[in-house]
Design a protein around this ligand. Structure first.
Ligand code: AMP
Ligand code: ZN
Length: 110
């Protein structure tokens, strides 16, 4: 997807420090954080939205939750507050599926 900003980040056309990287997923800090910790977990494959997910993505979805677990531990959030958010419809601004991991103090809505 040539014009997709997250595809450009994944393809390293836009420099970004990854907090996690595998053959299927990347995770990086949100550019405009809504909480003390605000990390985006993004599949490398361009899936536009949550409603496009199907059983062929079951392994990918398990991997996403494994990365979430790892990031929760790494950021010492398990005894604090954390939340996983997927926006859809008009609430989704970047049309490449991503999960927001939010932790600590909230500042604003995602
Ligand atoms: P959503 O509204 O769920 O599509 O969320 C998109 C998120 O991507 C927002 O929280 C933005 O702040 C974030 N975002 C947009 N561009 C970038 C970027 N270049 N690097 C990191 N995060 C970004
Ligand atoms: Zn994309």
């Amino acid at each position: 997807m040539e014009e997709c900003i997250f595809c450009k980040i994944i393809n390293k056309e836009i420099p970004k420090e990854f907090r996690f990287e595998s053959d299927t997923l990347v995770a990086f800090d949100d550019i405009s954080p809504s909480a003390d910790v605000h990390i985006l977990i993004v599949p490398r494959v361009h899936i536009e939205k949550m409603l496009d997910l199907n059983k062929n993505h079951s392994n990918l979805l398990v991997q996403i939750f494994e990365v979430v677990n790892r990031l929760v531990q790494e950021n010492n959030l398990s005894g604090d507050s954390y939340r996983l958010v997927v926006n859809g419809g008009r609430a989704q601004h970047v049309p490449h599926l991503h999960f927001h991991l939010l932790g600590g103090q909230w500042k604003k809505m995602v």
